[in-house]
Design a protein around this ligand. Sequence first.
Ligand SMILES: Cc1ncc(COP(=O)(O)O)c(C=O)c1O
Length: 401
Amino acid sequence: MLKLPVYLDNNATTPCDPRVVETMLPYFTEIFGNASSRNHSYGWAAEAAIDLAREQVAALIGADPKEIIFTSGATEADNLALKGVFEMYASKGNHIITTEIEHKAILDTCKHLEKLGAEVTYLKVDNEGLPNLIELEAAITPKTIMVAIMYANNEIGVINPIREISAIAKRNGVLMMSDITQAAGKIPVDVDRDGIDLAAFSAHKMYGPKGVGALYVRRKSPRVKVTSQMDGGGHERGMRSGTLNVPGIVGFGKACELSFQEMNAEGKRLSLLRDKLENALLQMEESYVNGSRTHRLPHVTNISFRYVEGEALMMGFNKNLALSSGSACTSASPEPSYVLKGLGLGDDLAHSSLRFGLGRFTTEEEIDYTIQAVTDTVNKLRDISPLWEMFKEGADMTEYY
Ligand SMILES: Cc1ncc(COP(=O)(O)O)c(C=O)c1O
């Protein structure tokens, strides 16, 4: 039986996998020790659980467990990477290069650092959502300390050429940081193969619990250091103090293990479902996929339906579809998505976009329902839209936007 609303907002967050919850449960009650308590078995048991989780998290991205710093999520990990490198490498320089369509956890942290004397270059992206690598290299100066470019975009799912980007950074002696939140657990990410020095990610985007994430910090060639942004008991090798969230970290570890094992099969299953959805919706006139369709996560599509407002569509779905008409993290604001604007979309298309994020629990029945619901709603709204009528009559529509 189809359960409504159909959840297609897996880029915003994923449900916890029941196998993850089951693994976490004992750590709330029986094994509740503080992982830093060295004097008794409660502490040792918690520490052993953290050690295992650290291995599972590291394995997902081809890292050494010692290179994993647990945090409260990707936002904190992004902050720690940018602020920590900015402070640690102050004697080398103050320049950071990123793109205009990064997550706010990167962009707002860069804004903050600008107030503290950082210089930040925000690279533009092309209409596919990809940065120009010649511009990237040209932006590097002797003061550049880090390139921070996400692995895959949260709104359009576009995957950046991270290996080529990191090669440019390396050749110029600059650190390579990547927000891998949307890619980790969905497509293979390997910090050595990909040349990544720092990487931020989060459990709740990969069927783990909310409020836990990690920053990967390379220890060899080069040995990277960040100043702590949270001071206290010296946890996480002094880089992030605070009693570890043992159940959360255990869940994060299990989530990484499951994603690692199931990634290939799941990627194939989801790309078939995504393509079915996308192809069916593109049958409608004036519907466009936003961002590259070739360099893209297997479970994401972002589509604009011209002459209908994303918000009106959401209302038209009558609460039966849970998806996002912009970035979930900024959907409180009525502004068109800065990511879509960054791709060069006009207000007409940027305002009429929907992001479909499929996930581990998405079924074909749900996709069939979604195709029907979106098609019916778009058609219904266009039937009563004066703009649509004018467009059909062949009017010049440019003056209306
Ligand atoms: C690319 C990206 N970075 C960072 C975050 C923030 O992650 P968290 O919710 O774990 O702080 C998100 C989540 O929206 C994201 O998609």
